[in-house]
Design a protein around this ligand. Structure first.
Ligand code: C5P
Length: 248
């Protein structure tokens, strides 16, 4: 899959104007997160889809009781997006409910069902926080690997994880399990608030199936040039187990 551009804009107008700068024949995969979705609602998804052909990652990180998540996922499943997220911490029943809801919603709307990615541990979670606040023993790394395996068992299609954790997840999941990694910076780019960053090529070497890139593209003087350079580096990087279920 091509690099996923995080559309971290406050308004739909800005997001649509940004996407409109890309030529129609450039394959685009964009991510809409909570800020944009809470501002604009599902209309932002429809607006982006109406603009041009693109794949959409709707990153809303569902986490509630299984019944509520299933109902919410049903609504998301109707939108014709490619990827969605739910927290693995919600448990196996909740992830399975999310998956059921996505499939049912997509079927009702006559669109392809979105893939479900599980959030393992947020990169803002430290080992100290795991122990002192959540009473989870062990390391963040061990917890991420465990939750990756749990997510697969629950029927999720993959996880969102840092590239550092990708090999751990690859070690305990099947070959076509998706590992989508943010925290990507091309050499020389501003790191911003990301603490641990890797290049697109390094992410692929570590087993990422896809990468999420925000500010290095959205804040670039020439976003198309920045995107093209990142896409080229990503595509050309070598990998042992490259997984590209979309064939694009
Ligand atoms: O601008 P930048 O490339 O840092 O954006 C990365 C995107 O990936 C943002 O939308 C951010 O919320 C998301 N993300 C992340 N780290 C995580 C999970 C998601 O940076 N652990």
């Amino acid at each position: 899959m091509p690099p996923i551009i995080a559309l971290d804009f406050a308004t739909g107008q800005e997001a649509v104007a940004f996407v409109a700068r890309f030529p129609a024949d450039t394959p685009l995969f964009v991510k809409v997160g909570m800020e944009l979705f809470y501002a604009e609602g599902p209309q932002i998804v429809r607006d982006l889809q109406a603009l041009r052909p693109l794949n959409l990652f709707l990153d809303l990180k569902l986490h509630d009781i299984p019944h509520t998540v299933e109902k919410a996922a049903y609504q998301l499943g109707r939108l014709g997006v490619t990827l969605t997220t739910a927290h693995a911490a919600g448990g196996v029943q909740m992830l399975a409910a999310a998956k059921r809801g996505l499939l049912a919603g997509a079927e009702a709307a006559g669109v392809l069902p979105p893939k479900l990615l599980a959030i393992t541990q947020l990169t803002s979670t430290s080992t100290t926080m795991l122990h002192a606040q959540l009473q989870i023993p062990g390391t963040v790394r061990a917890s991420v690997q465990h939750l990756g395996a749990v997510a697969q068992a629950a029927g999720a299609d993959g996880v969102v994880a840092s590239a550092q954790e990708a090999p751990d997840i690859r070690a305990v999941t099947r070959a076509d399990f998706l590992v989508v990694t943010p925290g990507i910076r091309p050499l020389g780019a501003a790191v911003g608030d990301q603490v641990r960053v890797v290049t697109p090529a390094e992410a692929k070497r570590r087993g990422a199936s896809g990468i999420v890139v925000g500010r290095p593209i959205t804040q670039a003087a020439d976003p198309l040039a920045a995107y093209t350079a990142i896409n080229t580096e990503w595509r050309l990087a070598t990998v042992n187990k490259n997984v590209d279920p979309y064939g694009i």
